[in-house]
Design a protein around this ligand. Structure first.
Ligand code: FES
Length: 289
């Protein structure tokens, strides 16, 4: 495929834009140094122009309180937020800075077979939880004070209270509101999976994340994610009836507990789970490969 092929098959939706960019970047990577430099410069010039236009637009909107309020609500949209962040028009949120600080100490924790996850950000406090070998380790108090606490406080001076919590899960307001138990053992990247409000409470939503057809299920602030494939014949189950947290496959009636993926009809099988976390209004999924 070359750039002409990409141009002739471009789509007009978000997934299409992302796919087109990835296909073009793969093509550019095969070009020689001069061609790549020309593309890079052209891209930078366009980005600068777009950034300047967005800055002027935001500056103008800020003068009107109603427009400012609408703009703040629009920033909850992950695409709007990502583009404005890229142009440095919105600053990194407190959540992002805390996450970045934790990311910085993860290699040290990983060398001891452990990890840390963000439970809740509620200024001026942040709650974190040690997982893996760090959980319950007698040295974890020292690790906590020397590493995690210092990293978070260095990155976020407005945080004065950092609390180590025990156990699984979280559901408080703000920050990371929910992390599925399936998140603990998985590796890989968290991928945006839309807004919490886009998943009907007590029901399911089918979507494609990272090329995988998945089923998102919500119960209040808790979200689970499974491969959208029945363990019976692998057919999609998103059209199944959901009642009291149980989905019934529309094809032959296998039933699954949506909090765990456990199959109630044939206990030896289950839906394949993917890790989920809810950060504020956003849902992120880590696909198990
Ligand atoms: S494919 Fe789901 S019960 Fe048969």
């Amino acid at each position: 495929m070359n750039a002409h092929d990409v141009a002739s098959t471009m789509r007009n939706d978000l997934a299409g834009f992302v796919g087109d960019i990835e296909r073009l970047e793969a093509i550019f990577a095969t070009w020689d140094e001069n061609q790549q430099a020309a593309v890079g410069t052209y891209k930078l010039a366009i980005e600068k122009l777009n950034g300047e236009a967005l800055r002027r637009l935001v500056r103008a909107l800020k003068t009107d309180p109603a427009a400012l309020a609408a703009m703040k609500s629009a920033i909850a949209d992950e695409v709007v937020y990502a583009v404005l962040r890229r142009h440095d028009i919105v600053k990194a949120s407190l959540n992002e800075r805390v996450e970045a600080a934790l990311e910085g100490v993860r290699p040290m924790l990983a060398s001891h077979g452990g990890d840390v996850e963000l439970v809740k950000v509620k200024p001026p406090s942040v709650e974190v939880r040690f997982i893996g070998a760090c959980d319950g380790c007698p040295a974890s108090a020292l690790t906590f004070h020397a590493g995690v606490k210092k990293a978070v406080q260095d990155a976020c001076p407005e945080i004065t209270d950092i609390i180590q919590v025990k156990g699984l899960g979280g559901s408080e307001e703000g920050g990371v509101r929910f992390v599925s138990p399936f998140a603990l053992g998985d590796k890989g990247s968290w991928v945006a999976a839309g807004l919490l409000s886009e998943i009907p409470d007590g029901a399911v939503r089918s979507t494609v994340i990272d090329g995988e057809k998945v089923l998102l299920s919500r119960s209040g602030a808790s979200v689970t994610c499974f491969q959208n494939a029945c363990a019976h014949l692998g057919l999609p189950i998103h059209d199944g009836e959901v009642e009291n947290g149980i989905i019934t496959c529309p094809h032959h009636g296998f039933q699954y507990d949506l909090s765990s993926g456990e199959c109630l009809t044939a206990p030896e099988v289950q839906l394949q789970a993917h890790a989920v976390r809810v950060i504020g209004a956003r849902v992120e999924v880590r696909i198990s490969k």
